[in-house]
Write a protein that binds this ligand. Structure first.
Ligand code: GLV
Length: 307
């Protein structure tokens, strides 16, 4: 099995050690070290590198080095009949849960208002609502591997959680809703909404004025999906009129986020440069190994997005 790794995040000794341990008999090559015209079986990439003009005929599958595959599905260099599989990494899910938890606790402690008061040297203890976790409602959009972990983790921490998915699901301790009607009910009166949906024509702009208006006053919006889920104009208006307490954004319509973008300067925005949930060496190595082994044995590939 010849595997090409084409993601700078995986160009490290730790990653390579984890990969060699998980798949001792495979040949791994980093994309920049690949000889011109070399053949290989499996390509691991999040985005195809710009210089990668075409993929070899030997290629049997494309492993997305991330959970969201939209950037590969839309890449004209990827043949329509090439199987695409996605990363399945519990370590990545755990980081996203931490991020969501961080935002939920920030809402619980009224972080935006407290920081604004500090800036203004205002002592206003009586204005703070005395909240406990059990009174702060969290809504999670998307129940794939990542959304599931986030919904369960928030629930286990004591937050009442509702979650929304395309198709019906049952999860202990989580109020699951689905379909168009379910979306409004899922986010009604939520204090924190965490988006982990995949990007698709159906989910584009889902973080909209309509959705914001269903949330509780002062809610925090956390976007961990894709930049195109967010209606930026609606967010700006909802933040400026004080309806939303804050937006925590890790993903953007254009990445890197251009320096002139208003997100950088808005006092109610907390932004991180698409780093809320990164692949972990052990989790990614196990996921790549599972796909490579299934390829070798002619079995269906775990994490298949397109067969
Ligand atoms: C990150 O954006 C991912 O798709 O895993």
């Amino acid at each position: 099995m010849r595997i090409v790794i084409a993601d700078p995040l995986a160009y490290s000794d730790i990653f390579e050690r984890a990969l060699r341990t998980a798949l001792p008999s495979a040949d791994f090559v980093r994309w920049p070290d690949l000889a011109d015209g070399a053949e290989y079986d499996l390509l691991v990439a999040w985005h195809l590198p710009e210089e990668m003009v075409e993929l070899p005929r030997s290629l049997r599958a494309l492993f997305c080095f991330g959970a969201g595959t939209d950037q590969l599905l839309h890449d004209p260099r990827v043949p329509a009949d090439l199987p695409i599989v996605r990363l399945q990494d519990q370590g990545q899910a755990e980081q996203l849960l931490d991020y969501a938890m961080h935002a939920a606790f920030a809402r619980l402690h009224d972080d935006t208002a407290v920081r604004a008061d500090q800036h203004a040297r205002l002592w206003r203890p009586a204005d703070r609502q005395n909240r406990t976790r059990g009174s702060l409602r969290a809504a999670v959009l998307g129940l794939g591997l990542l959304g599931l972990q986030v919904a369960q983790g928030l629930s286990a921490a004591g937050f009442p959680v509702s979650a929304w998915s395309r198709t019906p699901r049952r999860i202990d301790g989580v109020a699951c809703l689905f379909g168009d009607d379910g979306l409004g009910a899922c986010v009604d009166d939520a204090d924190v909404v965490v988006n982990l949906l995949p990007s698709s024509p159906e989910t584009k702009g889902i973080l909209s004025d309509r959705l914001f208006s269903r949330l509780a006053a002062g809610a925090y919006v956390v976007n961990l999906g894709r930049g195109d889920h967010l209606d930026e104009g609606a967010l700006h208006a909802a933040l400026d009129r004080g309806w939303l307490g804050a937006a925590w954004l890790d993903v953007f319509a254009v990445e890197p986020l251009p320096p002139e973008h208003w997100f950088w300067r808005h006092e109610r925005i907390r932004l991180t440069p698409h780093r809320a949930g990164l692949p972990t060496p052990q989790g990614a190595a196990a996921s790549i190994a599972a796909v490579a082994t299934a390829l070798e044995q002619g079995r269906s590939l775990p994490g298949t997005v397109r067969a």
